[in-house]
Design a protein around this ligand. Structure first.
Ligand code: MN
Length: 413
């Protein structure tokens, strides 16, 4: 058992960014954009540590830290970024480094967060059994809610990377075709059933050559870290367009991610057993050890001029398919992956009504209202609403969290 790390810095116990976290991100400060880490209420300027020779023997060069994206430093692979993170942790734990370490600290209030990675490819899975069951119950047949392939295949689709935005950036309500009445022709206009999807995303390192596969055992070595992810969805556009090729314009107008990438190393202590998978999965999807992660998740809606109201409390531990299985499945046909590719989990719904990860489920297809504070009600997301997702792990007094992903919805253009 590892003992609890303590920093020479004072870090609030409720901070997501304890000394056990040490995530990676990109900041702009004083006009310069660069690779950074974070501890408590401070960004850590890695260039300052590098120039003080505190990162010698970690295998990185100055240009890795002066970059406006993490992709280059991620090419050092798991061994490289692990060495770097361990060293940063040592600097902010050992008093010997206090004088130099303090020089690299920048108050988080004074930095602008940037998109941390150039996302090459983006895939979205559909791996929560509660979510898939809810959707199947609403739209098809409660007796056969899951499609026959669901317990055999970690179902997914290729999404669009260009419209993934950083927390804080606003989005416009999408326009598109909808077919509100079965016996009437389709209509065109602003989406009326705008929804969030509570998801987590994982980001990979450089993978293997085209034609090779990554096993469930190898998967951890190819995963850099995770972010909170809001996979915005236009339910009315989706319903009309998805047959027969699946999601398209209902999804690709925007998805939002949190700014700090929390490494898989930081999340290891929070591993938990996954659900029993029956029928038995194919051998290439079998895995050893605990591969789910206990990440407490929350969704809030904040209407303009109102307080934020919590509408969902869920947990990443509920996922039926874990990310090792998702990556093994993604590559079993020889599909290649690269540094900076993003894979989202699919909506993370829990077993109880207050743990459903979308308004589609919370309002049960718009048949029920969701109560917010001060008598405000919602069925779907309205213009000028801000949707905020938060997530953190906590065990034995150690907290490792993601901060938040927050996005305000503006009217259609
Ligand atoms: Mn999704």
């Amino acid at each position: 058992m590892s003992s609890i790390l303590t920093s020479w810095l004072t870090i609030d116990q409720t901070s997501d960014f304890s000394i056990s976290n040490i995530p990676f991100g990109v900041i702009t400060y004083n006009g310069a954009t660069k690779v950074s880490s974070r501890v408590g209420e401070f960004a850590i300027d890695l260039t300052v540590l590098f120039e003080a020779n505190l990162l010698d023997n970690c295998g990185f060069s100055a240009s890795d830290f002066q970059s406006n994206r993490l992709n280059e430093m991620m090419k050092k692979g798991k061994k490289g970024t692990r060495k770097l993170r361990n060293r940063i942790q040592e600097i902010y734990t050992n008093e010997v480094f206090k004088a130099e370490g303090e020089k690299a600290l920048i108050s988080i209030e004074t930095v602008t967060m940037e998109m941390p990675i150039t996302i090459g490819d983006y895939t979205d899975f559909y791996s929560s059994i509660e979510h898939a069951t809810n959707v199947g119950t609403m739209f098809r047949d409660p007796a056969n809610a899951l499609l026959p392939n669901w317990k055999y295949i970690p179902v997914g689709y290729h999404g669009r990377a260009s419209s993934i935005i950083l927390s804080g950036q606003e989005i416009h309500r999408p326009k598109g075709q909808q077919k509100p009445k079965d016996d009437e022709p389709p209509v065109f206009g602003p989406c009326k059933l705008l929804d969030f999807e509570l998801e987590m995303g994982f980001i990979t390192y450089e993978g293997k050559p085209l034609g090779d596969s990554i096993s469930t055992t190898e998967a951890d070595d190819y995963i850099f870290g995770m972010v909170l992810f809001n996979d915005w969805s236009a339910r009315d556009i989706q319903k009309w367009e998805y047959v027969p090729l699946g999601p398209f314009l209902a999804k690709n107008f925007g998805s939002s991610m949190s700014a700090w990438i929390v490494t898989l190393d930081a999340l290891e202590p929070f591993r938990v057993e996954g659900p029993k998978q029956e029928p038995a999965v194919f051998p290439y999807l079998e895995y050893k050890g605990d591969k789910n992660i206990n990440i407490q998740l929350e969704v809030q809606i904040q209407p303009e001029g109102e307080e934020a109201s919590t509408v969902c409390n869920s947990n990443y531990k509920h996922m039926y398919w874990n990310q090792n299985q998702q990556l093994a499945h993604h590559t079993i046909n020889g599909c290649d992956i690269h540094a900076g590719d993003l894979y989202a989990s699919g909506t993370i719904s829990g077993p109880t009504k207050d743990s459903y990860g979308s308004m589609l489920e919370l309002s049960w297809k718009g048949s029920q209202t969701v109560q917010l504070k001060n008598g405000v009600e919602r069925k779907f997301i309205q213009d000028h609403d801000t949707v905020i997702m938060k997530g953190y792990c906590e065990k034995d007094g150690v907290r490792v969290g993601f901060g938040e992903v927050s996005t305000k919805v503006l009217p259609s253009k």
